[in-house]
Design a protein around this ligand. Structure first.
Ligand code: DP6
Length: 335
């Protein structure tokens, strides 16, 4: 029997300062708007692939995932095999990262690491752009966890089905820290993909959101380039609130924000008014990501932790993107 060699890769979450919300093409996983994000250095997700059985199987932290997630992963693996002309099902084991589906970008890190491992296993190469384009087929935001630092992803464009995220500024371009304020770790009620489809199909504000996106993106890029926290705060908080406002106007409405989410945004606004370099952004869940200037991190942390309803925080610096780990030949642990 042939030796079963594992292929392992890691990736970390990214979060967007100028948000992606809405697809131009659901099947081709093409975003309708440009986005600007920062890839974090952690918490790292490690994904390993090993020879599988009759079908692709997936474990998260040792527990088999529910069928919806397994089928989504299997569809992604089918596409990777098809691109590579490869065959053979695999066992996928994912360890670490943030709690799944709580709006903490766990799927972005998962699909970025999975794309990196699948590309190595099936000979799709090392090119960051190719792997980012592949990761996008698992989850659009995953394409932005492949490269490191400050990253952009264009909207659907002229290059047919190909679209990859790219680094515009290295991780050390700007000395900032991200404080993630956790206010609720329950699984989110409406998955991002469903929320953005409903927004596109039923929100009267979706058109305004798409129209505003290019201006926000250009202003955001300029602010990051100039390390202008005030300017980036204006853009990022507006992009965030426009995204949530468009979702709130769906039929039926989608509300990702909890009372403590809003309390954190107010605390951040107050801290900024008092001279601290900080801004907030919120994804498809109630947690708040607070970007702060390194020199202000102690005071911003204290301010965030003092908000009633904040259960805890995580802190991360910008990171270098996904990475292939040495291919191990130790037999996979029994599930
Ligand atoms: C609110 O990338 O999770 O985090 O492409 O359907 O998998 P799919 O959605 P996903 O959406 C992320 C949306 C967001 C904003 C962002 O990351 O830009």
């Amino acid at each position: 029997m042939a030796e079963d060699t594992r292929t392992r890769a890691t990736a970390a979450p990214n979060f967007a300062l100028v948000k992606y919300w809405g697809k131009a093409d659901d099947e081709a996983m093409m975003p309708a708007v440009p986005s600007l994000s920062m890839t974090l250095e952690g918490p790292l997700v490690e994904v390993s692939l090993s020879d599988g059985g009759e079908e692709d199987r997936v474990w998260l932290d040792g527990t088999p995932v529910h069928e919806t997630w397994r089928a989504r992963t299997a569809r992604f693996l089918d596409l990777a095999r098809q691109r590579a002309g490869a065959s053979g099902h695999v066992d996928v084991r994912s360890v670490g990262g943030m709690p799944p589906a709580a709006g903490l970008a766990s799927s972005a890190a998962f699909f970025a690491a999975l794309a990196r491992a699948a590309a190595a296993r099936w000979g799709l190469g090392e090119d960051t752009g190719t792997i980012s384009d592949l990761a996008r087929m698992g989850s659009v935001s995953a394409s932005r966890s492949v490269p490191g630092g400050w990253v952009v992803l264009d909207p659907a464009g002229r290059r047919g089905p190909v679209l990859e995220a790219r680094t515009v500024f290295a991780p050390d371009h700007w000395d900032v820290t991200v404080i993630v304020a956790v206010v609720d770790t329950a699984e989110k009620q409406v998955a991002s993909s469903d929320g953005m489809r409903l927004t596109r199909d039923s929100s009267p504000y979706y058109g305004a959101w798409v129209d505003a996106s290019v201006g926000l993106f250009e202003d955001g890029l300029r602010a990051v380039g100039e390390r202008d926290m005030e300017g980036l705060a204006r853009v990022a908080e507006r992009s965030c609130m426009m995204m949530h406002a468009s979702a709130m106007a769906c039929e039926p409405p989608i509300l990702y924000l909890a009372p403590a989410t809003l309390a954190v945004t107010r605390a951040v606004t107050r801290m900024r008014a008092s001279g601290l370099g900080c801004l907030y952004t919120i994804d498809a869940g109630p947690q708040v990501k607070v970007v702060c200037a390194k020199e202000d991190v102690d005071r911003v942390r204290e301010g965030v932790l003092s908000v009633p309803g904040v259960l805890g925080i995580m802190e991360h610096a910008p990171g270098a993107g996904c990475r292939l780990l040495g291919a191990g030949s130790d037999p996979p642990r029994s599930p």
